[in-house]
Design a protein around this ligand. Structure first.
Ligand code: IPM
Ligand code: MN
Length: 373
């Protein structure tokens, strides 16, 4: 028996999560285990009613679990950032989910916008707790801008002294932080992942030529770490060039490891070359703590409640979650049923050229799971 907390979240979140649960239950049924869901209400409605994003007691309670299943967060009725930072990033940081695992795999039958896509099958391991996401920044007015701005950062207790000289009325600044421990653990995870999945190459994506303090440091750590893995090749791409190569030669990539913000950007590109955001799954992983599984896409508020959007990214994220809790066979069963459904092409949502509803896609994938046994 696995007990799994669920945050359906906002917009299309609840309807895609319903399909994810349906499919996971089918896989559990076939592989003889039980799933018990525990629903949590956090998201826009709860915030608008109570003014609360996610309370400390809920975080404490969630820390008892290995995995959380999340629909998505963000709603136009709430100022941008409140739910994203107050709940989504809060969860990633609170549980120190330093690995953001985002597979980029083009399934047969999925519509790739590239002219001659080869075998696209790689994984992006995005660092998930540092870089420009640490939330250290601010604004300074004219007059104050000459003086030293002292910024204390709670999480790492780091102190920075900035001397910013400027004649402009106002300046804004945001700091990126890479710690040795933070870079080492995700880079090691990437090499371990390459080993475990029989891949021969790790590509580090950074911008060490310009942002040389922060990403030069990152690159040094990658170089040092690589020496512990003599059987795995490694190489570096600057992020601008990586976006070009993702389009030109995506089949080259096997395991990509990259700091937080570049990972955010290149995985939306990755989602497109694997056939669209509706197909792109993700996991926020703390190998020794509470992990969280969610699609890469957002909450598509304009489509909410219409039974229209593609649930596959969420269902696939559910498969990643089952793998994480050591139900590998159930995870494989789900991926197989997703692949068959995509290749068959008859029961797909509008974004994939079909006319099936969200619930019909979930039901079809669950049906195939039962049929395959
Ligand atoms: C993602 C999203 C989030 C991010 C936002 C919603 C905070 O874009 O999961 O990729 O930037 O990480
Ligand atoms: Mn993103």
């Amino acid at each position: 028996m696995h007990e799994i907390p669920v945050l359906p979240g906002d917009g299309i979140g609840p309807e895609i999560i319903d399909e994810g649960k349906k499919v996971i239950e089918a896989a559990a049924d076939v592989h003889n285990f039980n799933i018990k869901w525990k629903e949590y209400p956090y998201g826009a409605d709860h915030y608008l009613e109570t003014g609360e994003t996610i309370p400390e007691h809920a975080l404490k309670e969630l820390s008892k679990y290995d995995a959380i299943y999340l629909g998505g967060l963000g709603d136009p009725r709430v100022e941008p950032g409140v739910l994203e930072k107050g709940i989504l990033l809060k969860l990633r940081f609170y549980f120190d989910q330093y690995v953001n695992l985002r597979p980029i795999k083009l399934l047969p039958g999925a519509d790739c916008p590239l002219k001659n896509p080869g075998d696209i099958d790689f994984v992006v391991l995005r660092e998930n707790t540092e870089d420009f996401y640490v939330g250290v920044g601010g604004r300074a007015e004219k007059g104050k801008s000459q003086k030293t701005l002292e910024i204390e950062r709670e999480l790492y207790n780091l102190k920075f002294d900035l001397d910013i000289e400027s004649d402009s009325e106002e300046i804004a600044y945001q700091l990126g932080v890479i710690t040795q421990e933070g870079a080492e653990r995700i880079i090691e995870y990437a090499f371990d992942y390459a080993e475990k999945t029989n891949r021969e190459r790790v590509t580090g994506v950074d911008k060490a030529n310009v942002l040389s303090d922060i990403y030069g440091f990152w690159r040094e750590i990658l170089e040092e770490t690589s020496s512990k893995y003599p059987d795995i090749e490694h190489e570096y791409n600057y992020v601008d060039a990586a976006t070009m190569w993702f389009v030109k030669n995506p089949e080259w990539y096997q395991v990509v490891v990259t700091p937080n913000m570049f990972g955010d950007i290149i995985t939306d590109l990755g989602a497109m070359i694997q056939g669209g955001l509706g197909l792109a799954p993700g996991g926020n992983i703390n190998p020794n703590g509470t992990s969280m599984f969610e699609p890469i896409h957002g909450t598509a508020p304009k489509h909410a409640g219409k039974n229209k959007v593609n649930p596959i990214a969420t269902i696939w994220s559910g498969a990643l979650m089952l793998r994480h809790i050591n139900e590998d066979k159930a995870a494989d069963t789900i991926i197989k049923a997703i692949s068959e459904t995509v290749e068959n092409g008859k029961t797909l949502t509008y974004d994939m050229g079909g006319n099936a509803g969200t619930d019909e896609v979930g039901t079809e994938i669950a049906r195939r799971i039962h049929e395959n046994g």
